[in-house]
Ligand binder design. Sequence first.
Ligand code: SF4
Length: 349
Amino acid sequence: MKAAEFLPEAQQMIAERGEPAYRLRQIYGALTKSLVRDWEEATSLPKHLREALTEEVPAAVLDLQRVSHATDGTRKYLFHTHDKHAIETVMIPERGRNTVCISTQVGCAMGCKFCATGLMGIKRNLKAREIAEQVFVAARDIAPERVSNVVVMGMGEPMLNYEATLRALKVLNDGDGFNLAARHIALSTSGLVDKIRRFADEPEQFHLAISLHTPFEEERKEIMPIASRHSIPELMDAARYYVDTTRRKLFFEYTLLAGVNDQMRHANALADLLDHPLYHLNLLRFNWTDTGFSATSKRDAKEFLRRARERGLSATLRPSRGEDIDAACGQLAAKDLRGRPAVPLVPLS
Ligand code: SF4
């Protein structure tokens, strides 16, 4: 039962107090449907239970510190965890969709060279409630509009926090919970091949995106340390397993870095590599220079897209969003880090 897995402390409390079992469902619904952040708001629960919950099980596990609004409508939420770590969440309104980009770890161990979060190293994994609550806060903030998509592309490598991430996604998807269709939820990985296979075998129809960033082995090792662990052929084997198993579209993220991965030889090699009709290339211009990388010009990015399409690739060039609040969705940098995150967003079709 998702409620018991998501709220083990509440389940234990209900059992110890001899409360009827249906109370757990009510508590779960108050958090995931009614989006309460204080048990006093959960008026379907009796007063004595609200008081007990307030004592023993917090309704909110994240402390919302600040909401920044960009001129294009993007919003960035800065949270503190109970142990005072900063994490960020971004909400991007786009063409009638409201996409929320969430974090799964404090920092990240993967060390991608172009990513501010990678510079932090890993502090800890987020718990399922901390992951899901980012969406609840954004949903509450934009009501009566609804969150239409969730992308797991914020701080961290979600597949290194697999159990908690999947638990949170299942609650977001649960008809008795947040009730967001699985096809509107996407997870992005830097390429852990064993976990890609495991994700393919999950019963829910969540989408997957793989951060590729170059089709060349040696270049990938330069910018993504994980490439030394899993070669591109190994990664493509896992990608093929995913599409063969799920028959779902598979997104490849590609941040264009000037002079690094944005030449025509890259576009040509991508066309050869991404040789399955269910593969889709998502291009994004890099928009942060503090790591020593710089952005491909708009003209060159469009030319790269044109070449990729000409070579038969299904490909899109995504606009950067929320630049005036440093909110490009993806590897989010904490405000006290050096700069702006540089992250591809993969809105789902
Ligand atoms: S790009 Fe993603 S996987 Fe790589 S260091 Fe940043 S957060 Fe981690």
